[in-house]
Design a protein around this ligand. Structure first.
Ligand SMILES: [Zn+2]
Length: 127
């Protein structure tokens, strides 16, 4: 699986997430609440398919998207686990207009890192 410069090149662009990626709106995995929160999406240029998931950094102004490359056959988010690269994308609307900052990261996606697993275990122990 490969990415192109447009979807993972680290070059800032204007626009929102739907300008770069085409979401599979009819997929049962799509999570939608006042906008897309998570779903399968394809780069409009290179057609690489991703599982894309957003989280708020600043409510309604700044979002972080985690994009995991997935094969065309993957149909549920749980299958989008192992990859040796992923895309970290900031969608920034703090200045009014939306801009996108995608960066390809070499290494396992964040939710599979040892540090996060450790943090998650620590959090559940505290409850
Ligand atoms: Zn691409």
């Amino acid at each position: 699986m490969t990415s192109c410069e447009r979807c993972a090149g680290g070059v800032p662009k204007s626009g929102d997430i739907a300008d770069l990626y085409e979401f599979e709106m009819d997929s049962p995995s799509l999570v939608y609440h006042d906008g897309i929160l998570a779903g399968f999406a394809r780069c409009k240029q290179c057609r690489q398919r991703y599982w894309a998931q957003s989280s708020d950094v600043v409510l309604n102004l700044l979002w972080h998207w985690t994009l995991l490359p997935v094969a065309d056959t993957v149909e549920s988010a749980g299958e989008a686990a192992s990859s040796d690269w992923w895309v970290s994308l900031l969608e920034d609307a703090r200045g009014g207009a939306h801009s996108l900052h995608p960066v390809r990261i070499q290494g396992p996606p964040p939710r599979t890192t040892a540090r996060q697993r450790k943090a998650a275990r620590g959090a559940s122990r505290g409850r």
